[in-house]
Write a protein of this length. Structure first.
Length: 398
């Protein structure tokens, strides 16, 4: 088949959450089909790095959008029914190139990742179309509204409402819709669109993210994630303010590493606290995580799958996370990871793993095994293949 794959972030190199899933889908589909990728870049450096996708697909369409232009398109949509976030991912040049590609070439399937770029395809000619929402982004905006101060909360709530309405309308323009987790699928199905829908999980490269024989530091806790992302910022700030003092009150030698690119000034200031280190961008995350006794993901806002949890578990490093963060992982709390939703419960769970080497080893082995059995990319891509087959079968039946 000839497949056009459209996504909101250029999917190479696959080093952040929004790129990992698209890249693995493209790599898988390209083994049996001719795949053309269409997406956006935001800098010359990202464009140069993105050209590496050529080794994983037949062709690609790349357009660069400037930050000022993206912000202007967001502002232009404020007084309209169109979500502003969709303006951030819109390029007139990419829209024209996609239209030209679809009218001049015979494609058998279009697959779109993320609702933000679904408008490029919603009016495409008579071609089977699958929309992979990934996460239902509207619900994230609505979650932001609950924690942001007024008047920002009003803006986030309005965007959430607009985006939810757009998600409902967009779903009806596609033949099939997918999500990353059962919870996201339940949200989509609650919209009552009547469109066939399913889910297939994010995977993790268990060969790359693998345990080693190197010793870990029984006094080191780590958090990994981009630090220009609000849910991550909120999580580490709350952890430092409310949970870490409880841990250090019982084990004063504990250190907390905040590992992630582009920390804001407020996040950098957390390094002034006892035991806290903010690394900023690092060349290699794996060695840092492998030396940690525990990683934490105490996220108050979490949609879809937290890849940081999958990667930590695959490396045999136990995880303590919020119930919301755990909902995106196909794992059983208290068997494969520990969940906690209050500072006291989180501190107790972390200290249990720090203090009891046998318990830590138990969770390390169980978490790794669960990633091998339930979050391999091979199994996930088999599920995607079944979705594609079902979509084409339904379309053929009319």
């Amino acid at each position: 088949m000839r497949i056009l794959y459209v996504c909101h972030r250029f999917p190479y190199p696959p080093k952040r959450g929004g790129k990992i899933r698209p890249f693995n889908v493209i790599k898988h589909l390209s083994r049996s089909h001719d795949v053309t990728v269409a997406s956006l870049v935001r800098s010359a450096d990202e464009a140069r790095a993105g050209e590496g996708i050529a080794g994983h697909c037949k062709a690609f369409l790349m357009e660069r959008v400037s930050h000022p232009g993206a912000v202007l398109r967001m502002l232009q949509r404020l007084p309209t029914r169109i979500p502003s976030s969709m303006g951030f991912f819109y390029s007139p040049r990419l829209a024209r190139r996609i239209t030209e590609e679809l009218t001049s070439s015979a494609y058998d399937l279009v697959l779109v990742h993320c609702s933000s770029v679904a408008p490029y395809i919603q009016d495409a000619p008579d071609i089977p179309k699958i929309l992979d929402f990934g996460d239902m982004d509207s619900q994230k905006w609505l979650a932001y509204a609950a924690v942001k101060p007024f008047p920002l909360s009003l803006g986030y709530r309005l965007e959430g409402w607009k985006l939810q309405r757009a998600e409902m309308e967009l779903a009806k323009r596609f033949d099939y819709c997918t999500c990353t987790t059962r919870a996201e699928l339940a949200t989509l199905e609650s919209f009552g669109t009547g469109v066939p829908a399913d889910w297939y999980p994010n995977g993790v490269d268990t060969d790359y993210f693998a345990p080693t024989d190197q010793p870990y530091d029984p006094d080191t806790i780590a958090f990994v994630g981009r630090m220009d992302y609000f849910p991550n910022q909120q999580a580490v700030a709350d952890f430092c303010r409310e949970t870490l003092p409880l841990i250090r009150g019982r084990r004063s030698t504990v250190k907390f590493l905040i590992v992630g690119a582009d920390p804001s000034p407020a996040i950098r200031r957390l390094s002034r606290l006892p035991g806290v280190t903010v690394t900023g961008s690092v060349s290699e995350v794996l060695p840092i995580v492998r030396t940690a006794a525990v990683t934490v993901a105490p996220l108050g806002i979490a949609r879809g799958t937290q890849n940081k949890i999958l990667e930590s578990l695959a490396m045999g490093v136990p995880v303590v996370c919020s119930t919301r963060a755990a909902a995106g992982v196909d794992a059983v709390p208290d068997q494969h990871l520990l969940t906690a939703d209050t500072p006291r419960a989180c501190a107790d769970a972390v200290l249990r793993l720090l203090d009891e080497a046998a318990v830590r080893r138990q969770f390390a082995e169980a978490g790794r095994a669960r990633m091998l059995s339930h979050h391999s990319w091979a199994a996930s891509m088999r599920k995607l293949d079944s979705v594609v087959e079902d979509c084409l079968r339904r379309r053929a039946l009319g």
